[in-house]
Write a protein that binds this ligand. Structure first.
Ligand SMILES: *[C@@H]1O[C@H](CO)[C@@H](O)[C@H](O)[C@H]1NC(C)=O
Length: 473
């Protein structure tokens, strides 16, 4: 629309004859505007609690931020975490290293040497870098981030059936994984607790702890196989170990399966340790979050991305896998159809030419994609602890949330032509409204919205998303 208007002005200056036609064209377009949409939000009808939105900087991706000059570091961190100029992300997923070295993108372990036996005293080595992740985590704290999910891809190799942190293998001591060297479950639990303590001492409180990543996958990088039953065998040891270390408020997360279907069946096998589990986590690569996992625990989609697509910063072109609006829709679907309380992209910042990250950092230049703004439309408006409430759709993908500060956020994704909206509330009286828009020409920009008699009016552009945040008296 804006581009069209500009070209009209240009035509006005250069070609008088063309004016009536062009003006007529514009009128035709404005007649295409949808009749106003009516949305009703009922705050008395509640669904899941939201923990937040985020990403990881594992696999040394954090170093793309660490290696920047200070002013550029701030630019990158603001884009990720600032609630006024960035996406306002609220969850950081941290990769717990298992590799004996730091070559390529390996995440080095805090226990590089085999102590000799499961009961021998471990020799932990803390480099205070953790593949760049400690820096990013400490910075996140300064932006107010309070949710840190530390997740191990594997135990160190000497604790596993294959003697290697890569190439699959299982943790020695879980059912079906007997090793000559003994049962390493307690040693792995101690190791994970030590990691949490190291972060705590550095000022970062790990809130959620995972010990598996894609446990159905055997691959050349850090990977450890596990069935649901084997995960339960380890949780039985990890839970009391956290208790003993006075870390009972660190929630155990499981199991970061490759896809929703796998995680559903693994979750079923966790029933014997259900009370020890705090969070169910799944990726969305092999099957997407299209129905609830079937648990009373919070559920997060902890890793997904367009890994292969050539880098695009676009919002909407053809509905491609890397486009921002595609991700706005994914998040909506995860929250509404799969009961997600958290939603994470794979990587926040990284170099290279794929869409595996939200933001590209290359040659010192920081370039956000619209995927980042899609996450920002949610994360800035829907803050940790918000409760999802009922919202009629108004012909669009609409969600609503009651924040802990009393404000109500109403998020609208418009896949049709531009429309006005009228939002009324049951069980809530709003007195002021702010709104942000993202579309092809806006990046979480402020957009006008009014409130009168508790009814919000505004507009949502064609192929655009608007987040309205309404505060009460
Ligand atoms: C949705 O998640 C909440 C926890 O956040 C849980 O209590 C509820 O049972 C879940 N609903 C479904 C349908 O899975």
């Amino acid at each position: 629309m804006r581009v069209l208007r500009t070209s009209n002005l240009l035509l006005l200056a250069t070609n008088v004859i063309a004016i009536p036609q062009k003006i007529q064209g514009k009128n035709v377009e404005s007649r295409e505007e949808q009749a106003g949409a009516t949305i009703t939000v009922d705050t008395s009808k509640t669904y899941q609690t939201i923990d937040g939105f985020g990403f990881s900087e594992a696999f040394q991706r954090a170093n793309t931020i660490v290696n920047l000059p200070t002013d550029k570091q701030k630019e990158a961190l603001d884009l990720l975490f600032s609630t006024t100029t960035g996406a306002g992300m609220t969850i950081l997923r941290i990769g717990i290293g298992s590799s004996p070295d730091s070559s390529s993108d390996h995440m080095n372990t805090i226990e590089p040497k085999n102590p000799g036996s499961p009961s021998a005293t471990p020799n932990y080595v803390w480099d205070e870098k953790d593949s760049g992740q400690l820096f990013v985590a400490k910075q996140a704290v300064t932006y107010g981030v309070k949710t840190f999910y530390a997740d191990a891809w594997s135990a160190p190799g000497f604790m596993k059936t294959n003697g290697n942190d890569a190439n699959g293998g299982s943790l020695c001591g879980v059912s079906g994984a007997t090793c000559k060297s003994g049962d390493w479950r307690q040693a792995y639990a101690d190791y994970l607790v030590k990691y949490v303590q190291l972060y705590l001492a550095a000022g970062v409180k790990i809130t959620h702890l995972g010990f598996l990543n894609e446990p159905e996958l055997t691959t050349t990088y850090a990977s450890m196989e596990s069935s649901g039953a084997q995960a339960a065998d380890f949780i039985k040891v990890l839970y009391p170990t956290l208790q003993k270390a006075n870390l009972e408020d660190v929630g155990i997360a499981c199991c970061d399966a490759e896809g929703w279907g796998d995680q559903k069946s693994m979750t079923g096998s966790l029933s014997s340790v259900n009370s020890m589990v705090n969070l169910i986590t799944s990726h969305a690569y092999t099957s997407q979050p299209s129905s609830p996992i079937g648990t009373t625990h919070h559920v997060w989609q902890t890793e997904w991305a367009d890994l292969q697509g050539a880098w695009t910063a676009a919002w909407y072109g053809s509905g491609g896998a890397g486009e921002g609006m595609t991700w706005a829709n994914h998040i909506h679907d995860g929250i509404t159809t799969a009961n997600c309380s958290g939603y994470l992209y794979w990587v926040g910042a990284q170099g290279g030419n794929t869409n595996s990250k939200l933001m590209k950092i290359e040659n010192g230049v920081v370039t956000p994609s619209k995927r980042l703004w899609a996450f920002g439309q949610y994360s800035r408006a829907v803050r940790p602890g918000a409760i999802r409430v009922d919202a009629s759709a108004g012909g669009m993908k609409t969600t609503a949330f009651k924040n802990l500060d009393g404000s109500v956020a109403v998020l609208v994704i418009n896949s049709g032509s531009s429309t006005t909206v009228s939002i009324s509330f049951k069980g809530f009286v709003g007195t002021a409204v702010k709104a942000w828009v993202t579309d092809n020409t806006h990046d979480l920009d402020s957009t006008p919205a009014d409130i009168s008699g508790g009814v919000v009016t505004g507009s949502v552009p064609a192929r655009g998303m608007v987040s309205f945040v309404v505060t009460g008296a």
